[in-house]
Structure formats: structure tokens, C-alpha cells
Design a protein around this ligand. Structure first.
Ligand SMILES: Nc1ncnc2c1ncn2[C@@H]1O[C@H](COP(=O)(O)OS(=O)(=O)O)[C@@H](OP(=O)(O)O)[C@H]1O
Length: 268
């Protein structure tokens, strides 16, 4: 199955793109917009094993889950947690060395608060953000074992990916610019995937009620399309002092990340 999937004799494309990045950093939006393009097949609709959390793709399992695509199509997979899953880069690279990776990143402090806000909406009894974020708040000792904090240390995860993929195979989308300039950001994604720029300014409008850009009427529907209620909800209020402490904490990791990817995301 795996071999057939990659064989050009079967007229099946070997072009894969993974959006395998950080939960709560607009990956869903990016995925949805790309999906509106006709050239892309996704693995959705394929029977995946029932599982609570997405697992890192096993070599064979990953291929089995991918739809067969034509040379003119790209197979797209979106699982935010892959970016921070240790085995994911090795497994994805053993599936295809030429896979393209799209990583949507966002200020790690905002990301942590967003992550906490989401957990709190499901489990209202959890400790406060401050209690979880620090081992010792008075000395600013941050608890890096808390996932909401650890995921934002992007450079550590990226180094794991760079053992298996070239930087030129990766494209980093700014979560902040995806909100302020969705067309510009999606233009760069289309360039990276080698696609003609079809998604442009005329596909978006700013929805005042939602407070975010939304897609104008997609071809398949008569209605405009905004993301759901759980995307872009009001964040829990966090003390400015706590935010400053976390900014300090993330600064060296951010700087190393900017240097490695060659882009300044201006989170400081
Ligand atoms: N156009 C538009 N509409 C709504 N939300 C938008 C949009 N663009 C970006 N965002 C930001 O996307 C954040 C959710 O990211 P994800 O969709 O990647 O989350 S998830 O990983 O699928 O859970 C979500 O984070 P929160 O604001 O923390 O909820 C949004 O800020």
C-alpha cells in the first residue's frame, strides 16, 4: 500500500504537506483556507483508528491513512500536536523525505494563556494559571513541565525536526499576521506549496461580531464562513506582572528561534 502510494506508475502523487504545529495558534484556520482550494486532498474522510489523542504517524499507518492523490494534487494533514511529538519527525520523514511542513506560530505567552483558557472551559476546577505556570513565582521559576509552557519553547521542538528535515522544507506562518493580514499570510503559504495564488484579499472580510477575519461565501456554500465559537474566545485575565515574567522567560528561546528560521516574529 505504502509503495503504491508513492509510485508514479500508479499516477499517485508523492506530494505531502503537513500542518503539524502548535495547538491554539490558528492552524485550523490555515488548514481550512488551504482546503478551499481544489487541488488539495486531505486525510479527512479516511478511516483512522479510533483514538483519543492523535498519535504520531507510524510509517505504515501514516501512509495507509493518506488518500491516493493525483500528481496535480497535494495531500494535506493537520495535527497540531505533531510539532511537539518526539517521534513525529522521524516517522513523517520515513514516510516521505520531501514532505513540506507548515508551522503556525504565535507569541508563546498568548499561546499559553489561550491553552489555559481552553482547558478551563472544559475543566473549571483546575488551579489558577499562575499556580500552574510557576514552580516558584517570587523568583520567577517557570514550570517547564506544564504543557502550556513547554509547547511555547518552539526552538526545542524545531531542533528535533531539523534532524530529519531541511529548513527549506518548512514554512512558518505568523499567527498574529494571519489575523491582521490573512490574505498576505496565505499568499506566502500558497507560494511555499508551489500553488498559484488563488486565495487573495477578495476572499476575506472582517467580521465585527466575531472580531476576526472570516471567509466570504465559499463556492460550496451560500453563507460566509467564520471559525467556530471556541476559536477566538475571550482569554482569562492574567496579571501584567505574570505576563512580564513569562516574556522574560521566553525571550532567549524566541531569539534562538528567530535566528534559526531567519524571521523575527516580534513577540518581545
Ligand atoms: N479568523 C480567525 N477566526 C478565529 N480565530 C482565529 C482567526 N485567525 C486566527 N485565529 C486564532 O486561532 C486560534 C485557534 O487556533 P487553532 O484553530 O489552531 O486551534 S486548534 O489548534 O485547532 O485548537 C484562536 O486562538 P484564541 O484567540 O486563543 O481562541 C484565534 O486567536
Amino acid at each position: 500500500m505504502a509503495h503504491r502510494l508513492l509510485s508514479s506508475a500508479n499516477r499517485v502523487s508523492a506530494r505531502f504537506a503537513f500542518i503539524c504545529t502548535l495547538s491554539l495558534s490558528c492552524t485550523y484556520l490555515c488548514y481550512n483556507i488551504i482546503f478551499y482550494r481544489g487541488t488539495i486532498m486531505t486525510n479527512q474522510g479516511y478511516k483512522s483508528p479510533k483514538r483519543k489523542k492523535p498519535q504520531s504517524p507510524h510509517k505504515e499507518e501514516g501512509k495507509g491513512l493518506m488518500p491516493r492523490t493525483l500528481d496535480s494534487q497535494i495531500t494535506l494533514e493537520k495535527t497540531p500536536s505533531y510539532f511537539v511529538t518526539r517521534e513525529a519527525p522521524r516517522r513523517i520523514s520515513s514516510m516521505s523525505h520531501e514532505t513540506k511542513l507548515i508551522v503556525v506560530v504565535r507569541n508563546p505567552v498568548t499561546r499559553a494563556i489561550s491553552d489555559y483558557t481552553q482547558t478551563l472551559s472544559k475543566k473549571p476546577d483546575i488551579p489558577t494559571f499562575e499556580e500552574l505556570a510557576f514552580k516558584n513565582k517570587s523568583v520567577g521559576f517557570v514550570d517547564t513541565s506544564w504543557n502550556a509552557i513547554r509547547i511555547g519553547m518552539y526552538i526545542l521542538h524545531l531542533e528535533n525536526w531539523l534532524q530529519y528535515f531541511r529548513l527549506s522544507q518548512m514554512h512558518f506562518v505568523s499567527g498574529e499576521r494571519l489575523i491582521t493580514d490573512p490574505a498576505g499570510e496565505m499568499g506566502r503559504v500558497q507560494d511555499f506549496l508551489g500553488l498559484k495564488r488563488i486565495i487573495t484579499d477578495k476572499h476575506f472580510y472582517f467580521n465585527r461580531t466575531k472580531g476576526f477575519p472570516c471567509l466570504k461565501k465559499p463556492e460550496s456554500s451560500s453563507q460566509p464562513r467564520c471559525l467556530g465559537k471556541s476559536k477566538g474566545r475571550t482569554h482569562v485575565q492574567i496579571d501584567q506582572e505574570v505576563i512580564e515574567q513569562l516574556r522574560e522567560f521566553y525571550r532567549p528561546y524566541n531569539i534562538k528561534f528567530y535566528e534559526t528560521v531567519g524571521q523575527d516574529f516580534k513577540w518581545d
